[in-house]
Write a protein that binds this ligand. Structure first.
Ligand code: ADP
Ligand code: ADP
Length: 231
């Protein structure tokens, strides 16, 4: 089953900077997909298209076969299904406590309080931060903040989880912890995960398919074996 399809998408920023050209990308259910690319390759721009913050200049993006409408009420639903964890947790966390930060999105869904509470508790448990849920977020380590940001997105129960540089700024131990956690969540929840990274070493360990993005175009794609065996 295809969750997201990006069909022939091109995008330039209003100042004329070309960011994406003729992008074709397919996100099936239950897979971990890597998006490899250096600084300025277009990874962030592509992600902002996946959750409808940016609208392609050409082409279209589909969720379960249906093209995004870019109507507010549809975008609201889409952003529950397609969750993004940004690279810098400080850009995503702004509440007084971990619990409040993780609650933020769920509370705004307008679901019953008891159900919301259960979801929040589950997300805290799954990401291993239950014990620090009453702490002020600003007092946490960088790795802990990354978990809080992840928990807030997981609590929304997305079908597609997008992670922008999840290992950036972490030491080797922190990297294997967060990647192990992501792997566990993917299996337990049977979600699709997209990982933007410039860390090639992660790809064969955790990803089943790779897109290599360069200057706004897909230069290579395939299984890690296929992509890394190319000369
Ligand atoms: P990446 O996430 O891979 O580093 P980006 O998607 O941020 O790449 O950037 C792709 C290209 O678009 C780069 O040339 C970048 O400078 C440009 N760009 C990104 N955001 C903007 C913006 N708001 N306005 C103009 N150009 C931008
Ligand atoms: P990343 O690699 O994570 O995209 P960047 O340093 O490329 O980080 O971009 C950081 C922020 O600056 C992003 O919000 C991006 O959209 C914006 N940005 C990047 N390049 C430009 C640009 N040429 N003009 C305006 N904004 C930009």
């Amino acid at each position: 089953e295809m969750l997201i399809e990006v069909k022939n998408v091109s995008f330039d920023y209003p100042d004329g900077t070309p960011a994406l050209q003729n992008i074709e990308l397919h996100i099936p259910k239950g897979k971990v997909i890597a998006l490899l690319g250096g600084n300025g390759a277009g990874k962030s721009t592509l992600f902002l298209h996946l959750n409808g913050i940016l609208k392609p200049k050409e082409g279209e993006v589909c969720y379960k076969g249906e093209a995004y409408s870019y109507k507010n009420k549809d975008l609201h639903k889409l952003r529950q299904k397609v969750g993004i964890v940004f690279q810098d947790p400080d850009s995503q966390l702004f509440s007084a406590s971990v619990y409040e930060d993780v609650s933020f999105g769920v509370v705004n869904l307008g679901i019953e309080e008891k159900i919301a509470r259960e979801r929040i508790e589950r997300a805290l448990e799954r990401t291993g931060i239950s014990a620090i849920s009453q702490r002020p977020t600003h007092s946490l380590s960088y790795g802990q903040k990354k978990r809080v940001a992840l928990a807030g997105v997981i609590a929304m129960e997305p079908e597609v989880l997008i992670l922008d540089e999840p290992t950036a700024g972490l030491d080797p131990e922190g990297i294997s912890e967060i990647m192990g956690l992501i792997e566990e969540l993917q299996k337990e929840l049977n979600i699709s995960v997209i990982i933007a990274t410039h860390d090639i070493d992660l790809v064969p360990l955790y990803c089943q398919y790779v897109y290599v993005l360069e200057k706004g175009t897909i230069q290579l794609e395939g299984s890690p074996e296929e992509v890394f065996s190319k000369p």
